[in-house]
Design a protein around this ligand. Sequence first.
Ligand SMILES: Nc1ncnc2c1ncn2[C@@H]1O[C@H](COP(=O)(O)OP(=O)(O)OP(=O)(O)O)[C@@H](O)[C@H]1O
Length: 599
Amino acid sequence: MESNTSDGKWDSLPVKLHDSILQTLSELGFTFMTPVQSACIPLFMSNKDVAAEAVTGSGKTLAFVIPILEILQKREEKLKKMQVGALIVTPTRELAIQISEVVGRFLKGFPQFKQILLIGGSNPIEDVEKFKTHGANIVIGTPGRLEDMFRRKADGLDLASAVKSLEVLVLDEADRLLDMGFEASLNAILGWLPKQRRTGLFSATQTQELEKLVRAGLRNPVRITVKEKGVSASSVQKTPARLSNYYTICRTEEKFNTLVAFLRQHKHEKQLVFFSTCACVEYYGKALEVLVKNVTILCIHGKMKHKRNKIFSEFRELKSGILVCTDVMARGIDIPDMNWVLQYDPPSSASSFVHRCGRTARIGNQGNALVFLLPMEESYVNFLSINQKCPLQRFPPVKDVVDLLPKLKALALGDRAVFERGMRAFVSHVQAYAKHECSLIFRVKDLDFAALARGFALLRMPKMPELRGKTFPDFKEEIADTDSIRYKDKNREKHRQKMLAERRERPATVKKNFVKNKAWSKQKSKKEKKKKLAAKRKLDEDSDMDDEDMKELLNDTRLLKKLKKGKISEDDFEKHVTSGDKSKHRKTLSPHEESSEGE
Ligand SMILES: Nc1ncnc2c1ncn2[C@@H]1O[C@H](COP(=O)(O)OP(=O)(O)OP(=O)(O)O)[C@@H](O)[C@H]1O
């Protein structure tokens, strides 16, 4: 089936839709159904479980929202205030908000039903109170918060009882939800739900693994697949037909300059720029704010706590602008009039590639996507075309590329915060690169680290396990003593100076043991200590990491590895491990992973 909006009018369905639904559809100006809607709605309404795969932006949301409303309003026994009839689970908050807006629009015609949004970023106690006061028949949420809500019996919310009347469960972006990252929460949630229910799995890249479908509780599901006919070939492609999908090949040192030149030439358009990690968004996003003038630039990633919803809504309203983001924006997000999807870093999986591109060229509109590849990554183009049915064309060379890396370096020299962001971004990028699903093409061992560091405009090479034992004659350190780089923020700098002075005053022997005795106190079990060290290794975006912290963490990580390999004893480990006392402030080595970016 080709994905367009002319798959018949709503009254051509074998089932008649409720007048209120038809009324809302007419208000929205949706005269025709899309293929996924005409296929799913009657099946889902007739007691079947469905697993639907349809290209991005093909109207999957209504393919489950309409049946949910039909099923709930047809129930013989009307739902009470605290009875949940439908549960929609999504991997990200933004997607949950978006779905709740769609549901809200249709609920105007069904005032008897209430919906509630249960997502991260808000106060869970407020959610509990809201639920208790207003009740909810349709729940939309992200796995972490939903699981949390199920466990809040002590706060007076018995969600497990409320879902006993559940008729429909929808997993939107099902393949992502059934991934490892959400496994624990999702299993817990599924465990609370009644077995007798309809289940729908929706995605542009559906899971083909039967065992996953079974885990989601699907009984003999009807599989619905709606793909696009390829423009050139007679093949069926996974991306929308009206998407112009490009790639460009840049050397590492040219990549950022090319991006800036491109963005400067497309200021009147709306664009998403994907990076692989939160730390890269923080670093490059801020750099773009300085280097691309007279255009709104916003940044969003999964480690942002409260600002996220506001940023997302702000960007949706813009006529033109740039949203620098991680894969938290890759799936399901429906931003009107998106002109370009730029992938500065290729995504960690082929399915992400399809979803990222799908933020443009939605519902029959024109759109463009461009992925930046290094020369050694060119075979990714073939891989996408053959294995993923996602053909790309080479983008004509970007004009007026100027070298802005010296400017970026100057920014780092002028503010320690920029310097640290750059180091963190580099480390996270390398570690994310090593985790690429397509590891035959994205080979970390083939990365030219010196060139990469030049491309990141770093002042010196960071210390990280991947670079251990290597020398980089092609990388010129910009500054011998990075301690001399000051924070622009006066208070932060004052605090740093104080810490430096304290460190200088501390005798060398005490230095090692002083903090150690505090945090790694004798009372703590060895297991606990190891757990704490593992926790320290998870990146905490809100704190700072100075050079000393970085060294200590490297030391700790090295020791932990040795301990695991049996090269040192537990006693040796304890003797040499540095303290965790500063862990509140410290950064870690590991990247800002986006693998469990949801929520
Ligand atoms: N029948 C229709 N006629 C016109 N527009 C529609 C119709 N159905 C949905 N739309 C619009 O199409 C856009 C894309 O729909 P939706 O977000 O449901 O796509 P999707 O298939 O879920 O995409 P993704 O795979 O990216 O999650 C939305 O703006 C929606 O309002």
